[in-house]
Design a protein around this ligand. Sequence first.
Ligand code: BV8
Ligand code: ZN
Length: 243
Amino acid sequence: MDQLVLDSKTWLLVLTGAGVSAESGVPTFRGMDGLWENHPIEDVASPQGFTKDPTLVWRFYSQRRAGASAVKPNPGHDALVAWERHLGDRFLLATQNVDGLHRRAGSQRVVEMHGNLFKTRCSKCSRAPFEDTTVYPEGTVPTCDSCGGRLRPHIVWFGEYLDPADMQRIEDFALRGSTSGGRFVFLAAGTSGLVYPAAGIVNHVSEAGGETWLVNLDPAQNTSKFDNVITGKSGEVLPKLAK
Ligand code: BV8
Ligand code: ZN
């Protein structure tokens, strides 16, 4: 297998998707044909869906909150922790996953681009998002004790903007990596390359002259954009990929 060289000249940006959590037992979106209880996920994971039926949306997220609490990180997560420890501030992990498994594995330099299942915020007032592991009982919609507004998961839904600070952190890292005089490498793992802006990162890296890698079980929507494509399970490939 090709080898990813992680030496003192390497800057590495990693993007993960649901496929990296699959071997922990977390269902992927494509694996569920993009449906949950026969609802297209884009409908349930959207502000319109929340307005229309907040109980349904809370049932979706409470189920996933319970599911994510019951599983543990897999060797793919552990490999990324080892790479971060090896590269230090020349490593950054941008994840689309909201299951919190990267942090539980020990990753610290993580940008959770789409939010986190274990954070809740008020949909009305500007109260800051807070840690929340509650699995709300069927049919309940929690309300804010400061303004009485509906609480919502601190998740970036379809049609919502990602946190500009998160995108800035990723862009700043990519700029430093591509102008460092060293080798700037981008590796995407376990993602179908369907959802933007995450799926567009590979294009920016290539334009900046970076080296791009994809580790995925099936061809992704943007497979052709990558210099190196390795087909396989992230839990098996990542631990052996770097030297
Ligand atoms: C935005 C939180 C600006 C929710 C998520 C038309 C064209 C282009 C873009 C758009 C468009 N129409 C709308 C848009 C914008 C939209 C978008 O990209 N839509 C897609 C569907 C076309 N994007 C947005 O809305 C974003 N915001 O653009 O703001 C804006 C503002 C207003 C109006 C317009 C634009 C917000 C996107 C964030 C949405 N939130 N997550 C939640 O999780 O509940 S996205 C959600 O789905 C996940 O977070 C994840 O990102 C995505 C699923 O993707 P993957 O992670 O890739 O998972 P998937 O299951 O698809 O693939 C898994 C892969 O792993 C597979 O390929 C499989 O082969 C592989 N695999 C499986 N097992 C393994 C494996 N690989 C390795 N090892 C294994 N063991
Ligand atoms: Zn409030």
